[in-house]
Design a protein around this ligand. Structure first.
Ligand code: C2E
Ligand code: MG
Ligand code: MG
Ligand code: MG
Length: 277
């Protein structure tokens, strides 16, 4: 009983809390070694056009931990952000993506594909973000027009002039920007208007129940109309059913991603879809 122990005592014995602290510390320690131990891979998930053609892929990070198995980015990206390890990891992802694009460029069947890379807030805030992206593209001799970067709303509101400056500089070189998880963050329409974006990605949270929840359906339709009015592409995330795709297509959505078109898979498996013959 905490009260009986006295009001100034702090209890350290909550086993669940103790376990959580240990796990977090262990995760941090393991994460620190993961790059050196070559435990990261990118998986690719298809992005398709309205006609079903694969136009590119999104690179999704996977961590193959020797004991935990495949750890989801949902579990470790936040830790990597807090500790700053996201900077080295983010560089690694960009290099892996550019290596993939360089290989694709050699085959006509894959040469036109684009690759989307998720950028973290901390990574984007680096003063040398723009030259570092361009340096990786140059090192792998990849055309900047093949690379798409995914940003989220919340990382754009801090220093708007800096954000627009970086996006414009990369856009001038041919790199396109998508706004990920659109509708879940805090950005305003007046900010949206000023950003040099190529695409809005409708968050999967609005797509999941789009067939049975009138609010989700209304939001999805509104985002599609907004994107089209602003001359942007609009991609729906998390599409699992034909009926979801049909609903979105009916309202003018022009790109899709989700289990209906393919789960995230190893680069070799994704690329094998394009093998001749
Ligand atoms: P995200 O960028 O919005 O990626 C979409 C997430 O939805 C992925 O989860 C993907 O596997 C999942 N997904 C795709 N299709 C479906 C579907 O049809 N149904 C459902 N229920 N889910 C689907 P994942 O791979 O676990 O990634 C989670 C998040 O982690 C990503 O969300 C992204 O924000 C972050 N992330 C992943 N890779 C990286 C990375 O390299 N760098 C950074 N900074 N963040 C990353
Ligand atoms: Mg994404
Ligand atoms: Mg998303
Ligand atoms: Mg996300």
């Amino acid at each position: 009983q905490a009260k009986a122990a006295g009001r100034n005592s702090i209890r350290f014995f909550d086993p669940a809390m103790q376990a959580a602290v240990t796990t977090r510390a262990q995760l941090e320690a393991d994460l620190r070694d993961a790059l050196a131990k070559d435990e990261f891979r990118i998986f690719l998930q298809a992005q398709v056009a309205a006609d079903g053609r694969i136009i590119g892929a999104e690179a999704l990070l996977r961590w193959f931990h020797p004991l935990r198995g495949c750890v989801s980015p949902a579990e470790f990206i936040a830790v990597a952000e807090d500790t700053g390890m996201i900077l080295a990891i983010g560089d690694w992802v960009l290099e892996a993506a550019c290596a993939c694009l360089a290989a694709w460029a050699k085959q006509p069947a894959t040469a036109e594909l684009t690759l989307s890379v998720n950028v973290s807030a901390r990574q984007f805030r680096q003063t040398d973000f723009v030259p570092s992206v361009l340096a990786v593209l140059a090192r792998f001799a990849v055309a900047p027009t093949r690379l798409k970067l995914e940003l989220t709303e919340n990382m754009l509101v801090d220093d708007v002039e800096d954000v627009i400056g970086k996006m414009s500089a990369l856009k001038a070189e041919g790199v396109a920007f998508a706004l990920d998880d659109f509708g879940t963050g805090y950005s305003s329409l007046s900010l949206l208007k000023r950003l040099p974006l190529y695409q809005l990605k409708i968050d999967q949270g609005f797509v999941r129940d789009i067939l049975c929840d009138a609010n989700d359906a209304a939001i999805a339709k509104m985002v599609i109309a907004l994107a089209r009015t602003m001359g942007l592409s609009v991609l729906a995330e998390g599409v699992e059913l034909d009926a979801q795709r049909d609903f979105l297509a009916h309202h003018g959505c022009d790109a899709y991603q989700g289990y209906l078109f393919g789960c995230p898979q190893p680069v070799e498996d994704f690329t094998a879809r394009f093998a001749a013959g």
